[in-house]
Write a protein that binds this ligand. Sequence first.
Ligand SMILES: [Zn+2]
Length: 164
Amino acid sequence: MLVMIRYTLRCPEGHEFDSWFKSASAFDALRAGGHVTCAVCGAGGVEKALMAPRVRAGRDRAAPAAPDDTDTPARDPAPQPQADTPLSQPASETERRIAALRAHVEANSDDVGLRFAEEARRMHSGDAPARAIHGEAKFDEARALIDEGVPVAPLPFRRRRDTN
Ligand SMILES: [Zn+2]
């Protein structure tokens, strides 16, 4: 399972939106330069918070964004497109969106590979600087992290095998 940590940003008007940054210092530099603004109203003064645990499965798109979803049980991710799809077949809208998400995640978060669970715990306990990371964790590991309150979310694609 490929998982990551992302930031939720919050503007002074209370709008929340998700974003990824290469590192905490990159966020600070962009924010100091006035380049981080609210995705909803364009206000500056955006603050950063770690994402509340949320499992992104296709089935929960109608669920309300309840603030007290911290004990959301980990679930198996939504069915994934199979890798044996012929290359000549046009990509579905879902596949295009997954490909765009993969490109964004790979460009904006650190790949910590199989050390994901260890790094996520160190960040959560303050032993490592908070930043956006992604890497691999077994389903049980991801579930344990969520149980501990570490804000991880599964990603709907596999990690590239040649990056580690
Ligand atoms: Zn706003």
